[in-house]
Design a protein around this ligand. Structure first.
Ligand code: FHN
Length: 432
């Protein structure tokens, strides 16, 4: 059941064939790269630096004069994602600070007015198309800069010079103009990833999460689907999907878990995606060394797939356009891991049982992939097994057989004693 946002009238959106195909591709893709990058990367304090340090619009604008990422190489970034086994990239085109990473007519605060003077979105789009990887564009609904955005974050006056009033119809027109550029000048765009809706809602967890303004999503989404019908729309509003959206996202959370306190929503029938960081930050952060281990990252990807969701894993490149070694090395590891175990991730659907302390499951056709994270003395028992027979049980990595017992609709699995890899993937080949 999809629960729609209260402030939106129900409307009919029927995805066309190309969009349905795109959704299918998306659910099979399972792994993408999120890139948080822009002038906000310069201070090395994350992408919220303007708000966190209470920097005025006038002073923040100076960052554009220093943005000159001479080491940026779209080919290298796209190859990094591909070698990590990722099937798509979600690139920040305009974050809350209002900086546009492309050659836009509608804001002076854009990449062409930096010493770099090259359209990052174009460079990335061309390279993605060349290397055959899909490109999603992140676009912030919230803006800390424009007078016409009825702003809430930073309301207390730290961004001096801004009124608290806003003029949403003017801001809406601005967003539509920019979205039209993004969906006209850069070839096929696989999706638009909105963020910032929550700026207009009561704090997470409160009963009434309706928006203070009417965003007029019907107009925004309508325009996107008209310009590129296949283009998938997702909105990180932290609520159940609104009409017109093509996928549902969970920030730093697996569907249905709400451990981050950001996802007061249940999984809908739409394709699902969860996003997470490698350390604790989205944008480049010089002091954040809380890197997740290889094992933690593998487990997160596997548990996302086991709940039917993609993992959009983030990097915050450095201001010069290089990517720090801790990120590169982890992405390379993921790629190698997927070379062996990708069969148990790509194109799979959620396991019929929810993740448990021992691990979790994914499924594809007649195969059940049992992902074992932790073994104990007892066998692993899968209750209510939905298939009649197990034809074969073996380790995915080398096909060596694994002992199983099937009794009273329950399968007992006796895993290998070697739990040195992050995930001991056991394949159960079944018969209906
Ligand atoms: O405020 C943003 C944050 O900077 C980052 O972009 C994340 C990514 O999911 N979304 C927002 C917080 O919900």
């Amino acid at each position: 059941l999809v629960v729609f946002g209260k402030h939106l009238s129900a409307q009919s959106y029927a995805p066309v064939a190309a969009n349905i195909e795109a959704r299918k591709w998306f659910t099979e893709a399972r792994f993408g790269l999120f890139i948080h990058w822009g002038p906000f990367s310069i201070p090395g304090s994350g992408e919220w630096v303007m708000n966190d340090r209470k920097i005025t619009v006038k002073n923040y604008s100076r960052l554009a004069n220093f943005f000159n990422p001479i080491d940026f190489d779209a080919k290298e970034w796209v190859s990094l994602a591909k070698n990590a086994g990722m099937k798509y990239i979600t690139l920040i085109t305009r974050h809350h600070d209002g900086f546009s990473m492309w050659d836009t007519q509608y804001s002076e605060f854009n990449i062409m007015n930096t010493p770099y003077k090259k359209d990052i979105v174009k460079l990335m789009a061309d390279e993605c198309h060349k290397q055959g990887i899909k490109l999603f564009l992140y676009y912030s609904l919230l803006d800390w800069r424009r007078e016409d955005y009825p702003h809430e974050t930073g309301r207390t006056g730290q961004f001096s010079g801004r009124s608290n009033k806003g003029d949403y119809s003017s801001y809406l027109q601005f967003m539509k103009n920019q979205l039209r550029e993004l969906l006209t000048n850069y070839g096929e765009i696989a999706g638009i990833w909105f963020d910032g809706h929550w700026d207009q809602t009561a704090p997470e967890g409160q009963a009434d999460r309706s928006s203070r303004i009417d965003w007029k999503y019907d107009e925004i989404y309508g325009l996107i689907h008209q310009l590129q019908p296949q283009c998938m729309i997702g909105n990180n509003h932290h609520l159940s999907p609104f009409p017109g959206e093509d996928f549902q996202m969970f920030e730093r959370d697996l569907p249905g878990e709400n451990k981050s306190g950001l996802s007061f929503q249940q999984a809908s029938p739409l394709p699902l995606e969860t996003c997470e960081t490698i350390n604790g930050s989205w944008g480049f952060n010089l002091s954040d060394t809380t890197y997740k281990t290889h094992q933690e990252l593998v487990h997160y990807l596997v548990r996302s797939a086991a709940l039917g969701a993609n993992l959009l894993l983030n990097i915050g490149p450095m201001p010069n356009g290089d990517i720090q070694p801790e990120f590169k090395e982890r992405l390379e590891y993921m790629g190698k891991w997927l070379n062996t175990y990708g069969e148990a991730i790509y194109g799979t659907s959620a396991g019929y049982l929810k993740p448990a302390a021992w691990g979790c499951m994914t499924q594809k056709a007649n195969k059940v992939y049992v992902h074992i994270f932790k073994t104990g003395k007892e066998p692993i028992v899968l209750t209510d097994f939905p298939f009649k027979k197990i034809k074969k049980a073996y380790l995915l990595k080398d096909k060596s057989s694994i002992k199983t017992e099937f009794r009273n609709k329950a399968v007992s699995i006796y895993p290998s004693a070697d739990q040195s890899a992050p995930d001991q993937v056991i394949v159960l080949e079944t018969e209906e």
